[in-house]
Design a protein around this ligand. Structure first.
Ligand code: MN
Ligand code: MN
Length: 267
């Protein structure tokens, strides 16, 4: 099968609980990816500019918030059926639920590798079961993934600890993080990166500043260590309204490039 990647922007932040802004992310992340300050070679030597199989599908369009999810789900389904792997950027973290709904029809025994300050396992938040604080509860209760592995977590409250136990989540709390050797990942692997998993010193352009997080290098170390097939990825929660000199857009672009390269390397 020819290796193909579908790049998809998700300008959506209707399920954010605190601040809006991630809807404005896709255009700025695309701009950072193409910024002439950097070249398009990954650290592992994949020249992305030479890859004919990377197609930009543009941004998801919709008339209302419900249609946003169903349109995203349909696009991901079409991409996966064609044998391509989606990389989605922009949006709040609620979008990972419809993405997994689509991928779970094409793959079995999916493992999700989830970077975040927050476990996002609330059963419901502020009356909204689709909140960006809830996607992994929806994914696990619908059995859309077999394993959920979380890295960077530093806000585990009692309710979410109970949810984590209920769904058998493999949480690697930030305070215990020693490096990628802690993880044992099996494919097919989906990667979800909430940029607030990084320390706000590295990624200030997020709605929820939670100090004490991962460095960019620590996230890259994990990505580079992955040796199983990657079926898709998302980079969420970039909030341009909180960014400084587009530095977080550049972090998103860097992670996009390294994820892309790894997805092309790991078949
Ligand atoms: Mn988060
Ligand atoms: Mn999140």
């Amino acid at each position: 099968m020819e290796r193909k990647i579908a790049v998809i922007g998700m300008p959506f932040d209707a399920h954010s609980s605190y601040l809006r802004g991630p809807a404005e992310a896709p255009a700025l992340i695309r701009e950072a990816i193409l910024c002439e300050s950097a070249n398009s070679c990954t650290e592992l030597g994949i020249e992305l500019a030479d890859q004919a199989g990377i197609t930009d599908y543009g941004d998801i369009a919709w008339a209302d918030d419900v249609e946003a999810f169903s349109n995203l789900e349909q696009v991901i389904l079409n991409v996966a059926k064609s044998g391509a792997k989606p990389i989605t950027f922009g949006g709040d973290h609620s979008i990972t639920f419809p993405i997994l709904k689509a991928l779970a029809t094409q793959y079995t025994q999916i493992t999700i590798l989830h970077f975040d300050a927050h476990p996002d396992l609330y059963d419901i938040l502020d009356g909204n079961p689709l909140s960006h604080a809830c996607p992994f509860a929806r994914i696990m209760e619908n059995e859309l993934a077999a394993n959920l592995v979380q890295v960077g977590i530093r806000t585990l409250n009692t309710h979410q600890a109970e949810q984590a136990a209920r769904f058998n989540v493999d949480i690697h709390p930030m305070r215990d993080w020693k490096g990628p050797h802690q993880l044992s990942l099996s494919g097919p692997l989906y990667i979800s990166i909430d940029l607030d998993g990084l320390d706000p010193a590295f990624a200030p352009g997020v709605s929820h500043h939670e100090p004490g997080g991962l460095s960019v290098r620590q996230v890259l170390d994990v990505i580079h260590s992955i040796d199983v097939p990657i079926i898709g990825a998302d980079i969420v929660e970039y909030n341009p309204r909180r960014d400084i000199n587009s530095m977080t857009a550049m972090v998103a672009a860097k992670l996009y490039k390294e994820l892309c390269g790894k997805m092309l390397m790991n078949e």
